[in-house]
Design a binder for this molecule. Structure first.
Ligand code: ZN
Ligand code: ZN
Length: 155
């Protein structure tokens, strides 16, 4: 049997690694994040989780999200226009914020490049955390905008 060279720990193992348990509530929150990767806010996660676990409270959802982030199963995404969002994509990526529809999508780094291959960092710098964000119009809103521009030219 061929074993993969690097075994990446399962979500349960990651939580155990922090001396915690994957409780039903944590799993429900994690499943919601994995189920629809549209970078929901905590309140949006709460609305989705409540469809499965009707007894869960918003405070519990916040706690679960904090645990999942602390254990490296999700990342928070700062949104300068509103509350933080959550992303379960652990690959290196940037975020694209559409200024029209408010959608947030993942932008992967090309050819598995690392940030230090792309950005000119000064030497002897220690990066503890980084977050790259782009803003503009998503493909759908860009198409809508150019259709509108064409229509207004015709009038
Ligand atoms: Zn993301
Ligand atoms: Zn858009």
């Amino acid at each position: 049997m061929n074993k993969p060279a690097s075994h990446s720990p399962s979500p349960d193992e990651k939580i155990h690694g922090h001396g915690l348990r994957m409780t039903d509530q944590r799993r429900a929150v994690y499943d919601v994040l994995m189920g629809k990767r549209d970078h929901p806010t905590a309140v949006e996660v709460f609305t989705r989780v409540r469809e499965r676990v009707s007894s869960i409270s918003l405070a519990t959802v916040y706690n679960c999200l904090e645990t999942l982030t602390d254990c490296g199963l999700a990342k928070t995404v700062a949104d300068e226009r509103g509350p933080a969002r959550y992303c379960p994509n652990l690959e290196e990526h940037a975020h694209f914020f559409c200024e029209d529809c408010g959608g947030v999508s993942d932008i992967p780094l090309r050819n598995r490049k690392r940030p230090e291959d792309v950005w000119e960092f000064p030497q002897n710098l220690i990066i503890a955390h980084h977050e790259v964000a782009f803003r503009g119009k998503c493909p759908k809103c860009a198409a809508d905008a150019s259709a509108k521009a064409k229509a207004s030219k015709r009038n």
